[in-house]
Design a binder for this molecule. Structure first.
Ligand code: HEM
Length: 257
């Protein structure tokens, strides 16, 4: 079994598919959870507390990290094997061949952008939440304000009050869209469900899934940025401290005044 997963091309693609599938499920969960921040900061922070530095959340984080590493390492191995087999022409088709999309030829580049974006994202959030809790602290200073380790809503409001973070996240999400779009389709094809009848359906399902995931994440980024434009609202900690008089609840991600 281990030989099949390490040595055969199909085995490696299977590892890519299974890890990719688990990561898509995580993204659907993570995106749905983030949408709660649009409705109520308190509800969002309750979820953040449940997923804080508890043993089950730590096990899930370790599992998630293992999935990302496996997915990325196998992608590298497959790409290197492709180069070895075909030289610089990875696919036996020309760039303009109909039906071969840009994303399918740039999965590794897109994957690298997704991983780099993930690094920035983990610095923005994970390092100020779970890591802070693991280090035994209550919270940390973010942009000159103290934000509690379970106050995910305040961190979101702070992060997306900066236009450059909005740009970085939207570029990251665009790369994620292309990556997921091809990845979901490719995963189903590897598993062997992509016959003539199912091919167009699966492409359509892949587009719907990747669009849903990316639009859900982007909605949070854009909504919090727009809210931050109304005065002090970018500082959710200020909202929580009743300092933001002009804000509506939506501005302050539902923080109670
Ligand atoms: C753009 C909107 C997003 C927001 C507002 C957001 C928010 C957050 C927050 C608040 C956390 C910390 C949770 C905690 O430690 O309790 C987190 C962790 C994380 N996020 Fe996101 N996220 C977004 C998009 C993404 C995307 C697109 C990905 C993947 C491509 C992603 C992957 C992760 C991962 C892997 C973690 C660490 C999870 C863990 O500790 O188990 N996030 N995110």
């Amino acid at each position: 079994m281990s030989c099949f997963l390490c040595n055969s091309s199909l085995g490696k693609k299977l590892v890519m598919s299974v890890t990719g599938c688990c990561l898509v499920l995580f993204l659907l969960f993570h995106m749905s959870m983030n949408l709660v921040a649009l409705i109520s900061a308190d509800a969002y922070n309750t979820i953040c507390s449940l997923l804080g530095a508890n043993w089950y959340a730590l096990v899930a984080t370790a599992g998630l990290a293992a999935l990302v590493v496996l997915h990325f390492v196998y992608a590298l191995i497959l790409t290197i094997n492709n180069y070895r087999a075909r030289g610089t022409q990875r696919y036996a088709v020309t760039a303009n061949e109909p039906g071969v999309e840009w994303s399918s030829k740039n999965m590794l580049v897109l994957g690298v952008i997704v991983v780099l974006g993930l690094g920035v994202h983990l610095m923005h959030f994970w390092s100020k939440m779970m890591l802070v809790e693991l280090m035994g602290a209550e919270g940390s200073m973010v942009g000159g304000e103290f934000i509690h380790a379970t106050d995910g809503a305040a961190l979101i409001a702070f992060t997306f009050s900066k236009w450059y973070n909005v740009v970085i996240y939207l570029v990251w999400l665009a790369a994620l869209w292309f990556h997921l779009n091809h990845g979901v389709w490719s995963m189903v094809q590897t598993v062997g469900w992509a016959n003539d009848t199912w091919y167009p359906r699966i492409k359509c399902i892949a587009k719907i899934v990747s669009t849903l995931v990316v639009l859900g994440f982007a909605a949070v980024v854009v909504a919090f940025f727009v809210c931050s434009l109304c005065g002090d609202c970018g500082s959710a900690a200020a909202c929580a401290a009743d300092a933001c008089n002009a804000c509506t609840d939506a501005c302050c991600a539902g923080h109670t005044h």
